[in-house]
Design a protein around this ligand. Structure first.
Ligand code: FAD
Length: 299
């Protein structure tokens, strides 16, 4: 069995819109930094709606924690000039990794711009910055809602891989078989980059249902029905959610997943509980310089 170590995990945040939101995110990041994750990532509103917010959040995380930060960069609704400008800024901040996406334009907002697909963005990043950035891209074990077929979607990941992606992070899912079948298809197609499962903790039902409808992630009927049946009983929702997602993570790690990327929604509690249950091991050096491992509990 494989164990979960700190360099296998990463945490995703979104740029807060208020001062209170910023304070909360700072506290969340400081709490989760104790796990010594491989990196934090910060989402980007397609069309540039959070451009400044993403930059500010990235700077805040970089200044207040020792953890590497990966901004997301979405190409739909923008042009090459803007992307090149963002790349320059991220290089100036000495950032070394990016999550490259197409993005989805908010309804009613503008034109698609110069880019159609994320593979074009990956190519542009490589053309402009060579190997400076490690690039992760998005992957969809339950198939992207606009893909023509399973095979087409896998071929799309291959296009991103061939354009220069170093790794992929998946949309969240609750059925581990969807991930294992997807990995099989990717390997058969010659994609040889790590594909890290995206993990969504369950702590509230209505928000999760709304998100899942929007992004095409399936909540299996038995999970949906149970969550519905708890109504406003938040304790039962949290308890059940923790059990389900813990089992999912265990199956993924035992099945060989190369890591776990947690969608935190800027809150530490649900992710902390999960990590404590999973028994994260942080690798560090002891006083005599030899490697030592210890289990972390983050309070
Ligand atoms: P693409 O890889 O371009 O794929 C989009 C669709 O086009 C797919 O259906 C694909 O199969 C199809 N396709 C691609 N190339 C071709 C081609 N040549 N011919 C025909 N079809 C093709 N969104 C944001 O706005 N901001 C974020 O910060 C953000 N972060 C995310 C992080 C992760 C880990 C994930 C999984 C998603 C994230 N998203 C984010 C959502 C993402 O932008 C959407 O899912 C979007 O709809 C697709 O983006 P993509 O990069 O996967 O696009």
């Amino acid at each position: 069995m494989q164990f979960l170590t700190s360099n296998m995990i990463s945490f995703e945040f979104f740029p807060p819109k208020t001062v209170e939101g910023s304070t909360q995110l700072n506290e969340t990041a400081l709490a989760l930094a104790k796990c010594q994750p491989q990196f934090f990532s910060v989402t980007f509103g397609a069309g540039g709606s959070t451009r400044d917010g993403t930059l500010e959040t990235v700077s805040m995380l970089k200044n207040n924690t020792q953890i590497a930060v990966a901004p997301h960069l979405a190409c739909i609704g923008t042009n090459k000039e803007n992307i090149v400008d963002m790349l320059e800024r991220y290089k100036a901040l000495n950032l070394k990794r990016l999550v490259a996406l197409r993005g989805d334009l908010p309804s009613g907002m503008g034109q698609a711009g110069e880019f159609k697909y994320a593979s074009e963005l990956v190519k542009l990043i490589r053309d402009c910055t060579g190997d400076h950035f490690r690039i992760d891209v998005a992957a969809y074990p339950e198939i992207h809602p606009q893909a023509r077929s399973v095979h087409d979607d896998v071929l799309n990941l291959k296009r991103k891989y061939e354009a220069g992606a170093n790794g992929a992070i998946t949309q969240y899912f609750f059925n581990p078989d969807a991930y294992f079948y997807y990995i099989d298809d990717c390997q058969k197609t010659g994609i040889s980059i790590p594909i890290v499962p995206g993990i969504m903790p369950i702590s509230q039902f209505s928000r999760l249902a709304r998100f899942s409808d929007m992004c095409g992630a399936e909540i299996p009927r038995w999970i949906r029905k149970r969550l519905e049946s708890y109504g406003d009983d938040m304790n039962s929702i949290k308890q059940f959610g923790l059990e389900v997602v813990h089992q999912l993570c265990e199956r993924l790690i035992k099945g060989g997943a190369p890591g776990l990327h947690f969608y935190t929604l800027n809150k530490a509690e649900a992710v902390k509980d999960l990590i404590d249950m999973l028994g994260l091991t942080v690798a560090t050096s002891s006083r005599d310089g030899s490697a030592a491992d210890f289990k972390v509990h983050i309070n």
